[in-house]
Ligand binder design. Structure first.
Ligand code: MLT
Length: 263
């Protein structure tokens, strides 16, 4: 079922009496990336996924986003739906939102799943890459950037064996509003570093990383894992940066195993 909350498109599945999980997608995707997880988890959990402002079906507005405004949106959804201590589940940019949300309001969550993400802010090289991406979108349009960016997210196996699926994902994201995509790039460029807060994350936390993730590689996520006191780390075989799409079975098993240990 789709709901509009503060203008945002929010997609809910499952029984609202069950424990809730809030899913925050990566860039430049939308809530559809969680399909394989929500199909399974909605049997036992109240699953809430939403399109980050500027992407998917959510409004673009003036396209001026910050990581703080993304966290504000998350908080509004949690409050409006009266979610009681949901499990927060974010991938990559969704992970940046999750990590900042944990820094601002850890008390709102009962557990966290952080997938293919990092706590460090962009360094100078990263900021210049974002600037170059915005320039490219302005000069060439969105599609060439989205094509290259998304292909870089997936491991070679997926690209070789699932070209049709990959094309569909690229096609969908190429149809997003360029202003919204550029707004996300600027929000990521301007985000704060949340590394110093990792030691303060006291809720059970699962870190998931694709073994072939070249954007947020296992070495980066293992470092995070060592800093979070109550954390588990799972590496997903045959997967790059988009583990929930590339190897849904292994990701789902890791999540179910983690969730089964929460009371
Ligand atoms: C994502 O998947 O959300 C992006 O790779 C994040 C980023 O560009 O830093």
């Amino acid at each position: 079922m789709k709901k509009i909350i503060n203008g945002l498109s929010v997609f809910i599945e499952g029984n609202s009496k069950n424990k809730s999980i809030i899913f925050i997608h990566g860039f430049p995707y939308d809530h559809n990336m969680w399909k394989s997880q929500i199909d399974v988890l909605s049997n036992n959990y109240f699953c809430v996924a939403y399109d980050i402002r500027g992407l998917g079906e959510s409004p673009i507005g003036d396209g001026q986003f910050t990581m703080e405004s993304f966290v504000d949106d998350l908080e509004t959804i949690i409050d409006e739906l009266n979610l009681e201590k949901p499990i927060i589940f974010g991938l990559s940019m969704g992970g940046y939102i999750s990590l900042r949300a944990l820094e601002r309001m850890q008390y709102k969550f009962s557990a966290a799943i952080l997938c293919d993400t990092r706590s460090e802010a962009d360094n100078n090289e990263g900021k210049l890459k974002r600037a170059a991406a915005i320039k490219r979108i302005n000069t060439e349009g969105l599609a060439p950037f989205v094509n290259d960016f998304i292909r870089n997210c997936f491991a070679e196996d997926y690209k070789k064996n699932k070209e049709a699926e990959l094309r569909k994902i690229i096609e969908k994201s190429s149809g997003f509003c360029p202003v919204g995509v550029k707004g996300s790039l600027l929000a990521m460029l301007g985000r704060t570093d949340t590394t110093q807060n990792l030691c303060n994350i006291k809720i059970p936390t699962l870190l998931v990383c694709g073994e072939k993730d070249s954007l947020t590689p296992p070495s980066v996520m293992k470092e995070m894992f060592h800093k979070v006191p109550n954390a588990e780390y799972v590496e997903i075989k045959n997967a790059g940066h988009m583990t929930p799409i590339e190897n849904p079975e292994e990701v789902n098993n890791a999540i179910i195993n983690f969730l089964s240990k929460l009371n």
